[in-house]
Design a protein around this ligand. Sequence first.
Ligand code: PHE
Length: 347
Amino acid sequence: MLAEKIQELLQQVQQLHAKNAEELEALRIKYLSKKGLLNDLMTEFRDVPNEEKRTIGMKLNELKTQAQEKINELRNSLMQQDDATDVPDLTRTPYPLPLGTRHPINIVKERLIDIFSHMGFTMADGPEVEDDWHVFSSMNFAEDHPARDMQDTFFVEQHPDIVLRTHTSSVQARVMEKTEPPIRVICPGRVYRNEAISSRAHCFFHQLEGLYIDEKVSFADLMQVMLSFSRELFGAQTQIRMRPSYFPFTEPSAEMDISCHICGGTGHTEDGHTCALCKGTGWVEILGCGMVDPNVLELNGIDSTKYMGYAFGMGLERIANLLYRVRDLRMFSENDVRFLEEFTSAG
Ligand code: PHE
């Protein structure tokens, strides 16, 4: 009786099949678990007369091994099927690619290029390692001007002096010496000054300068261009003001402020605190500018009785600070990806 049951189960076991992991698990439970069919047979085995125990026991063991092997075999073939179906699903939307971010200085630079090119300025470029003439002499710096001093300028060679340019005005000189006016250029670029590195100063930074030369150019033209550019960059409510200043290459010269874009020029926040950016003054300085000194025109081969012009120059780190409130200048050159990732959606 038991022998027949064993025989029957043996046949069943050999024909088992499972389409997936769930079916396989159901089979394992049905045959091999504690409450499974094989265990039932074990219980019946206890009542087998002693003289039959040996043969029946062997058959029972045989069934157990076969069932175990069959289940293993089914499991293996299911796993192989899985591998085979593991081809990529070509209809699936791709993972979003981790895009890099643009550097904040580049974001600012590109916005400025965009604004000024819409006003008709073209781009000009020049070397970072420059001669004294293009950086200083052609820009009307007197021989003993403190900016030539070892403290500010990195000298690459001396007599004749080759320096790392301390401002992008050197590019203006290069444009003037080879271009007939009208001239309307912007020169973005890196500049170097021999300063101790701190949160507020660095030995290199970036500038963007502009130069406009034509037959009739006035300070009012400069102010209008500065106003339009400031409103493009900082918002339509922005006001500008000019404060008298001094640069060797412009006369008159001015330092330009914009109305503080954080407090709207009021000097305080809505809840009455002094504005942290403009320190309560309502204004923040953003650039230097002025009418090109006739000496500079002559030094660069342009007839100062016929032509006149204006120039302006700004630090890109400063503009980036105003737009993004970066408190430590060193962040711009340390390439810390955590800082750079903050600009994923900027600009
Ligand atoms: N070259 C000046 C500087 O480096 C900026 C400037 C440019 C000022 C053009 C006036 C006109 O600070």
